[in-house]
Each structure stands twice: as structure tokens, then as C-alpha cells.
Design a protein around this ligand. Sequence first.
Ligand SMILES: [Ca+2]
Ligand SMILES: [Ca+2]
Ligand SMILES: [Ca+2]
Length: 440
Amino acid sequence: MDASLMKKFGVVLLLALFLGGCGADGSETDAPGVPEEEQSPEEQSPEEPSPKEPSPEEPSPEEPSPEEPSPEEPSPEEPSPEEPGIDDSDADGVEDSVDAYPMDPAASLDSDGDGFPDEWNEGYTNSLIDTELSLDPFPHNPECFLIEQIDVSGECYDASTMPAFTPTSFFSGNDFIYIYSASRKAVYRWSVTWNQYVAPVYLDDAAEAITYSEAHHRIYLSYGDNQIHFIDLTDNAGQYEFTQTTAAVSGLVAAGNYVLAHDSSGAWGSHYIFDVTGYRTDYKEWRQFSSVYSWNSELSRLYHFQDGFSPNDLLYEDINQATGLITASGDSPYHGDYSIQAPIVVSDDGRLVLLGSGDLYDAESLTWEGSVGSFGFAVWTSDNELLTTEQSAGAFKIFRRNDEFRVVEVATLPGILLDIISINGKTIVVRNVSNSILIS
Ligand SMILES: [Ca+2]
Ligand SMILES: [Ca+2]
Ligand SMILES: [Ca+2]
């Protein structure tokens, strides 16, 4: 089964050559997680012999006959109800030979053999072995096993029918890369673990503002008015009303446990902080429009610009992750001394902020720390190594830098780089090669 799954999903073309530490992970994560083979016997939770363990069907020959009850004398031959069947390792009442999850009492049936169970055994709502394991929404189709594969008609999405599309923006988290295409009015979803597209999320219209919240596992968006909607990715990607602002939403970003929206109401403009229910936890005027935002989860700090205001600057807001209050705000100690350019890229350890100008700033004091020079895209890996890119005709270079930001390795790949993303300890490159989008 494992081999056929691997064949089915092909081989991940990870850029093992320079993605420090990522190649090793990649080769492991290529293989779909098949619970039976992942678990080792030691992982098995201590067996709690189930009291509902079915006793042998055949009545015990020693059982006293109804005519001669002997209540004072329990039969010593009666099999103990705590004794699990000898061939039922997880004591779930299904023998190992027919239990698709012989070490997991939470599941036993996988009709299509794709590794995802048809149902949970009575009394369970999740696996005791593999926290990632979910119920199979297509229990009789081995190609389909994720809730994200359910398309708008309720059928399993056929990833081979992916249209060519033009990406507008990228988001990532919870194992998925989300690619928003304004022209297609859709958010395409790529599973990092499964190395394949799942069903796209279709929007009502092109979004004027859109963001992804990893904490909420939702896409938040606005269509150019003052309404904010969300797509719930924990169910069948349904769209719901979230909340509203006073004027049209012109900025929307996930800030940890909260969502920040910007509109042009109030003096200059306003920032709104909303919790997961849409309740407004804070509101501040005197905020300028920013073309980009970037969240620093280590410092609970959101960075932004004041585009359209001269001189532009790097600013921040600290958002308390328990109360949703803006507890501090400020800007860099400079006034036009350095070029302020998108993007804003926060280091993996949360200690540095890199701007599109190539300038590095201390994440707390916003003092200038140095420059890596101009770049196309930049990302910090999970090892906190900085990768920067440089596009030329038909190919691009990726530079791996050491902790002093000197280039220690260069890789060249064909195509036009669209984004470079660090997720699940891997570095994923999205590029356009011969007018098709390649993710690896
Ligand atoms: Ca089982
Ligand atoms: Ca299945
Ligand atoms: Ca299935």
C-alpha cells in the first residue's frame, strides 16, 4: 500500500542541494504517512483492556445451568472480561489480521486502504497514535482522503484539471500553501505533505484585501466594501460573515490570535483588532495605509509602513495575544535616512527584520543592523538561515547566507521565481516554467 501511494503521488523534487537540513526531511515526508507502518510497538499506549471486550460467542461449557443456580459460587473457569483477545494487540475487539490499525484502538476499518479510516471506533474521536490522522471523507476512493479534496460539488477534486493561473499573493501555514489568484477569483491550495493540489476555494469576486490566519485556519477577505468574510478551512471551505469596519477595508492581516483591519475612517486611517468571533478588541486612529504587513510571533509585533506619507518609515504595533489590545506602537529612529521598500521579512527567530531595500533592522529597537544588498525574494529557513534570490532571464539564483549574511552557497534554477516559502521545516520554491506553475 505504501509503495502504491508513493507511486501515486510521485517524488517530491526538493531542492536538497542547498536547503540546509531540508533535503533530509523531504525524503521522509514524501512517503504518505501510513499509520500502520509508522508506529512502533513501543509507542503503543498501555493497554487498557476494554470492559466492553466481546466475550467469546459460545457459552462456556462450565456455565451453571439455569436450573441449578449457585450464586455464592462464581465459576472459576469463566474467562476474565479484562483479558484481551490474543491476536488483538490494541484490544479494540478487531483481530490484528483484519484491523487496519492494529496498534490503534481508535480505528480499525480502512475500506480503500489509503491509510485514512472510514470511521472512529465507538468512544473515540481521534487516533491515539497519529494526531494528524483524520477520517476519510471518501472511504471508497483511495485517491481521495483529505477534507480539502472535497470540491464545490461535494466530489473529490481532480488535481489533474488544474488550470493555468496567475498568482496574486501567497500565504502558508498548517501544511498548506495558499495561492490567491485575483483574475481567477480563487485560492489554490497545495498540500506540502501530499505534494499535490487539493480543491481550490472559489470566491464571490476578486478580493480587495485577503489574508490567511494560521491560528484560526481561515482565509479572511473583503471584496472592496466594509464587510469582512472568512473561509473556514476546518470544514468544507464554507464562506461566512465575520465582521465589518466603518469604511472600505484597505488592509487585512492575521496577527497571531487576532486579525487586524485597516480602513480610511477616523483621523488619517484606523486600525481594528478582531478576535476569532469577530469581536473588536481594540481600535486606533492616526494610522496610515500600508501596502504590506508582517507579523513577528516571537514579539507579538506587527510591522507596517506609512505608504503615501513622506518620509516613509518602518512602524510597529504590539498586539497582546491574550487581550487583543494594542499595547505599544512606534517607528524606527530614522527619518528618510534609509530606503523603505516592501517586503518586510521577519527572521525565523524573530530578532531581525529585512526590508526589500536589503536593510536589516533590529526587530525590537528598529535600529539599522546592516544590509544584504538588493534581492528578489527572501525567506528565513526554520534553521534561521537567510535565503535571498536574484532573477535573470529564464533562470534565477538562490543564495544561502551564513549568520553574518555572507553567501555560502548558490543554486541556479530555470524559470521565473514566484515565491519562496519556508513551511514544515522545508523550503518550497514556486516558479513559472514554460507557463506552468511548478511547486517543489
Ligand atoms: Ca485498531
Ligand atoms: Ca480510507
Ligand atoms: Ca479514500
